[in-house]
Design a protein around this ligand. Structure first.
Ligand code: ADP
Ligand code: MG
Length: 271
């Protein structure tokens, strides 16, 4: 009888503490303990491990919902043989995420279609799975959302949203040049994240020397690059677009045509 009372108390205690998985697994754990003659601490250990793991999974799926990733391709799905200019060992080391602990930035540079976004997303997923909050935003969306936020008087809130995640992925800097207010805002994001020692992954189709074409003046370009590059790893990807490569394989494109066009955006016109 006392055992039954104690069992009911444990159930209600687990419920009060919101240990939903432990509560759900309690009967199984007790049954295993009986069959395998486990010590009480072993039962507790198993039960708590299940709770911790379920909580981690819930946190990851919540973070995933707010991460804004354009797709969910993992690093394991990346075909490194198609892009020999990428040091696979380096990507492997980055996937261990010490760059996040060291507040370093990872910068992927290269022409369209070579896998910059795919690698940024792959690293982002690693960070998510390790329990970090991440946010992916393209430069185009950043500008669009900044304009809306400014109209609604919510610029501060938008800035805060970009500062809070442990890892911010800023995709495709360089396709559009920025007006001064947008560039000022970008500078604020980069400078504040730098001050708070929070990492970024940035992808761009422009080399550093060409960043002056995107930003309104040289002083701002230098100030942005200074912070981005201070602690950073730059990965220059050369080679042809993965999509164009598929087109060529399918016989829709000659190598000469793909070299001439050199961009996935044009791929429809040559296919
Ligand atoms: P970028 O950002 O450099 O323009 P993306 O990462 O968007 O290029 O790549 C274009 C498309 O091709 C994406 O769907 C991406 O997943 C895929 N892709 C690119 N490179 C590879 C690769 N080496 N292995 C597998 N898929 C790739
Ligand atoms: Mg891209």
């Amino acid at each position: 009888m006392e055992a039954e009372v104690s069992y009911q108390r444990v159930r209600s205690q687990l419920e009060t503490l919101d240990l939903t998985t432990a509560l759900m697994e309690l009967d199984n754990a007790l049954e295993r303990a009986r069959v395998d003659e486990l010590a009480p601490t072993q039962v507790l250990e198993q039960l708590l491990a299940l709770e911790i793991s379920a909580r981690h999974d819930r946190r990851v799926s919540t973070h995933l919902r707010f991460a804004g990733l354009p797709f969910r391709k993992r690093l394991e799905d990346f075909d490194f043989s198609a892009q020999p200019s990428i040091d696979q060992g380096l990507i492997g080391r980055l996937s261990a995420l010490t760059f996040i602990d060291e507040a370093s930035n990872v910068l992927f540079l290269g022409p369209p279609g070579v896998g910059k976004t795919a690698l940024a997303v792959g690293l982002g997923l690693c960070a998510l799975e390790a329990g970090h909050r991440i946010l992916f935003i393209s430069c185009h969306d950043l500008v669009k959302r900044l304009r809306k936020a400014t109209r609604l008087g919510r610029e501060e809130r938008f800035l805060d949203m970009l500062l809070r995640p442990r890892l911010l992925i800023l995709d495709e800097i360089g396709y559009t040049s920025l007006e001064r207010p947008e560039a000022n805002f970008l500078f604020e994001v980069i400078a504040k994240r730098y001050d708070r020692e929070r990492s970024m992954i940035v992808t761009s189709n422009k080399s550093w020397s060409a960043w002056g074409e995107i930003l309104p003046d040289q002083v701002m370009t230098a100030a942005i690059l200074d912070r981005l590059l201070h602690r950073s790893v730059t990965i220059n990807i050369q080679g042809e677009s993965y999509r164009l490569r598929d087109h060529r394989k399918a016989g829709l494109l000659t190598r000469a045509a793909s070299n001439e066009k050199g961009g996935e955006k044009e791929s429809t016109s040559v296919a």
